[in-house]
Each structure stands twice: as C-alpha cells, then as structure tokens.
Design a binder for this molecule. Structure first.
Ligand SMILES: Nc1ncnc2c1ncn2[C@@H]1O[C@H](COP(=O)(O)OP(=O)(O)O)[C@@H](O)[C@H]1O
Ligand SMILES: [Mg+2]
Length: 512
C-alpha cells in the first residue's frame, strides 16, 4: 500500500494537559480512515496539526514520504490537505462561491488594467465541481439562508476547489439529521471512490462500521489501537475507546405517576414570519416521569421547550408550573420558580464561551446569596467553592480547574458543565433538549444515567430528542410531533420504535 501521511511520535501539550502523547500512525492513500475516541481524547488536536493549525511539541509529520513542517493551513493547502471543522467557518453574508474562492480569487483585468474578481468563472467552476461530486448547491445562494447540511457541502466544496486530496472531516454528522447523515456518508464514499483519502473523526460507531476501512482509537491522548473495521465489532471498538465495555441499558424503576408539575394547555407558537410552529399542543409532566417529545428536526419540538422556558412568547394557551400560571412570566421568574433548561445550542444559549468555568457554573445564581454579597458584589470564594464542587461531582475535565475558559473545553465537557449547573439548581422540572448530541458513547451513557437518577428523585423531566434510541430507552411517556402538532401521546410501553418512527414521518394521524 501507498502511505500518504505518517505521524511519527507526535506529542502535543496544552496548559495542564497532554492532548496527544507519542502518537505514531500511518494513513494509506485512498482509504477512509476513522479516528475514534471520547470527547477530549485528542482527535481534533491530532488532525489540526495535519492541517497546520498547531505545530507538534515533538514528533514528525510526513506527507507523501517527505518530512513536512505544516506551520499553517496555507501550507496544508499546498500539500493538498483540507479540513471541515466541527464548527463551520463560513462568512454568513456572502455567497457560496465567494466563500469557496476566498483567498484564491480568480482575477481578471478590465481593459487589461483594472483588476476585479471574476465571479462568473468562479461560479461556473463551483457548479462543475458540485456536479462532478454530486454535491448539489446553487453557487449564488447566500450562506445565511442555507441549512446546516448545505453549509457542510460548501465546506466540502471549498476543499475540492483547492484540489485537496486528503480530506479531514471533524465530527461531520454531529450536526445532521438521520437523513442528512445517510446522504453525507454517500458523499464521503463517493469521494473515496474518486481517489480521495478521507480522515473521518467521529464517535458514532455505526458510521465507522458502515463506511470506514480502518479505525484508530484514541483514549486520553494515547493511541490505543488501529483496527481493521470489517473484522472488528462495534463492542470491541467502544470497549477500547472508553477502557471498558458500555452497557447500553439502564435500570429503571417502575413508573408511578406523581403529582402534576407541568401542564401545557392549547399551546400555540407563531414565528416572526407568521408561521404557526406549534399548534394547539397540550400535555402534562408529573413527578418521577420522563416525557419525551420525539420528531424529525424542525417539527415544533424545540419551540415547545423555548415557550416553557420563556425564550419564545406564546401566541395562545397557557403553561402552569406546580399549579402557578407562568405563561407570561419572564425567564428569571421561571428559573426561580423551578425550571432548569439544558438547551440544544451549547455555544450560543448554554454557555458564555469566553467566561471561566466558574462563572458559567454560577450563571443562574450569581445575583443571589451566597454568590453575591448584600452590597451586590460577587463573592468569589463562594463561587470557587461551587465551581470546584461541581467539577468533582460531575467529573468535568478542564485544564485549569474552575479558571478554565469554557471555549477551550471539549464539547462533552462543556455539556457536562451545563448539566451540572442545571442539576444543582434543584428545579422541579428539567428540560433537556438533545442532551447527548455530538457526544461519545461514554458521555452519553453518563448523561442517561443522570437523567434516570433525576427521575428516581422525583423530578419531572421533559426530554426532547431526535435520537429515537434515546427516546425509547428513557421515556415513560412519548409525545410525537409532526408539523407543529401532536401526532400521538402515549405510554412508552405501548409503542414500538418502528411505530414512533412512523408517527414521526406523519404516516398515521391519530384520531382524537
Ligand atoms: N486550544 C486549546 N487550549 C487548551 N486546551 C486545549 C485546546 N484544544 C484542546 N485542548 C484540550 O486538549 C484535549 C484534547 O482535545 P481535543 O483534541 O479537542 O479532543 P477531541 O477532539 O478528541 O474531543 C482536551 O482536554 C481539550 O480540553
Ligand atoms: Mg474534537
């Protein structure tokens, strides 16, 4: 075989942490090479070095048999290496083509003198590439109007436009719906069939199983193995990844309905564009109950959660919490009334990325004693106490304790921080929106255990999830949304996964 990239004894340290420890690895031409590992295992760091975002502290990277010093993404580009990052890097108010050609704009001269960007040629070339690789896009569309899956295509086209031969995907499916994932996996296979070499960072084992040829497993900065995918079971992979086998079950006590905590009646939410997003939705959640709202993305689930939390106004209907009408109360009142909220978007709603972990953990209480003195000044020692307590209780991994800037933490640990903050509020009702999105199996398991434990403590839990397995595993009651309406609401024990899937697709409509 033809070795395209070789990592030799690569070590990379960040303050307080060894992100990659003496890693040696070969990637062959024309393969789909997966990199598997828990959050914080060092996957992104390793690949960021191949893309020139960091230089290793020790070790060498060889590309096509030659030692290279990849000191910037520009150098990586010249070596035909491209990367799609976990968080896309596109300019919102520019077109697809403008984003793709950025930095290498084709220039023409008017009258042989005045230079201008030749958008016409660029648009044509983008169209050609998009057709050649079945990445349908309209080159003149503006990024801000596009769904996530199309933005991802733009990132892929950006690499292809630069003649990338080695394509690195950093958790590309974390942001996609199940249907979009299928189509991305096809795209990736198609790229491989066209001679590209693919590096796929993911922790979804089934994706690895479906399309990868080999898979490297990282655990806490160490390479623990490189496996041929065809002959390795997903159980073996996950065992290597977390250091022990994952049990995919939780021990659930029998559900006995406690008193009603949340009562939503005839809820209607209307968007700014006057579209009805949630239409006449009624349900209740009781103590000790997990009510899961299932549905394909964008069928009104998140708007229900936002309306309850006070982030979206109701057009009609009412929301009662513990017998009090909170329909028109402000967010802070609702938090104080006993609502904890784990939002879908960790970065823009869940956390303030440039504040410290300590400050983020106090976000919902900083204005109260003991975190704030009577004169309104923050009480740092007490904030620190809370910070270190939660870090140890929830096993939040961070490089400089409660001083760590949240932006530098891995996604899984950011999510742990949000969950820690919300759980210690000791609320009556906890709303979890996509709590395990983008997390690895170990972290997912830990969160499922937490949710189950909260249920046992008698909390009322509203879970909104696109993952059907998660819904089936945790829910006592399942509510399925389709087009802003309730398709069905039933005891989980009365529904199979297949049936829930059918309701999600709008296959049958329940007669009321
Ligand atoms: N720029 C950075 N500064 C400080 N620490 C970092 C930085 N990038 C990553 N880390 C730390 O290095 C470790 C590995 O991170 P990363 O490579 O992002 O993991 P993965 O991609 O496997 O989830 C984590 O503990 C993370 O917090
Ligand atoms: Mg990563």
């Amino acid at each position: 075989m033809d070795t395209l990239v070789e990592f030799k004894h690569i070590t990379k340290r960040f303050p307080g942490i060894i992100a990659n420890n003496d890693i040696s690895l070969k990637i062959e031409k024309g393969e789909i090479f997966a990199i598997l590992g828990e959050n914080g295992a060092g996957k992104s760091t390793l690949m960021s070095m191949l893309f020139g975002m960091y230089l290793p502290d020790a070790g060498e990277i060889h590309v096509r048999g030659k030692l290279e010093r990849i000191s910037s993404p520009l150098v990586a580009n010249n070596l035909n290496i491209g990367m799609v990052h976990q968080h896309f890097k596109l300019v919102e108010n520019q077109t697809i083509t403008e984003n793709i050609i950025m930095g290498i704009e084709p220039v023409k001269r008017k009258l042989g003198l005045f230079p201008y960007v030749d958008l016409e040629t660029a648009n044509r070339k983008v169209k050609e590439i998009s057709e050649a690789y079945h990445l349908e896009v309209n080159p003149t569309d503006v990024i801000q109007d596009l769904p996530v899956s199309t933005r991802q295509r733009v990132e892929i086209l950006k690499m292809l436009y630069r003649n990338a031969e080695i394509l690195i995907f950093d958790e590309p499916t974390a942001v996609l719906t199940p249907q979009e994932i299928e189509s991305l996996l096809h795209i990736i296979q198609n790229l491989r069939d066209n001679g590209k070499t693919i590096i796929l960072i993911t922790h979804k084992l089934d994706e690895i199983k479906k399309i990868s040829d080999r898979c490297a497993v990282l655990c806490k900065g160490q390479l623990v193995g490189v496996l041929p995918v065809a002959t390795t079971s997903t159980n073996e992979m996950s065992a290597l990844m977390v250091g022990h086998e994952i049990s995919d079950t939780i021990v659930k006590t029998e559900y006995r309905a406690g008193e009603e905590v949340l009562k939503v009646e005839n809820l209607q939410v209307i968007s700014n564009q006057n579209v009805t997003l949630v239409d006449n939705v009624s349900f209740s959640v009781h103590r000790g109950e997990i009510l899961a709202i299932a549905g394909v993305a964008g069928n009104g689930q998140v708007e229900i959660a936002d309306a309850i939390a006070g982030l979206t106004p109701l057009a009609q209907g009412s929301i009662m919490l513990g017998g009090h009408d909170i329909s028109h109360e402000n967010v802070r009142k609702r938090i104080e009334g006993g609502i904890a909220y784990i939002p879908e978007d960790r970065h823009s709603v869940g956390l303030i990325l440039d504040l410290s972990l300590r400050e983020n953990l106090c976000l919902k209480q900083y204005y109260q004693q003991p975190y704030c003195k009577q004169n309104g000044i923050l009480d740092f020692p007490n904030m620190e106490k809370l910070g270190s307590q939660l870090i140890s209780d929830f096993d939040i991994r961070c490089s400089s304790g409660d001083d760590t800037i949240v932006r530098s933490m891995s996604g899984g640990n950011q999510q742990k921080a949000i969950i820690a903050r919300e759980i210690q509020l000791n609320a009556k009702l906890l709303i979890f929106v996509q709590p395990t999105r983008g997390l690895d199996v170990g972290a997912i398991e830990a969160i499922h255990q937490r949710i189950n434990a909260l249920r046992s403590e008698g909390k009322a839990i509203l879970l909104i999830s696109l993952e059907l397995d998660e819904v089936m595993k945790l829910a006592d009651t399942i509510l399925v949304m389709y087009n802003g309406r309730i398709q069905t609401i039933r005891k989980a024990s009365e529904l199979t996964k297949l049936q829930v899937g059918e309701y999600m697709m709008g296959v049958h409509v329940e007669k009321k």
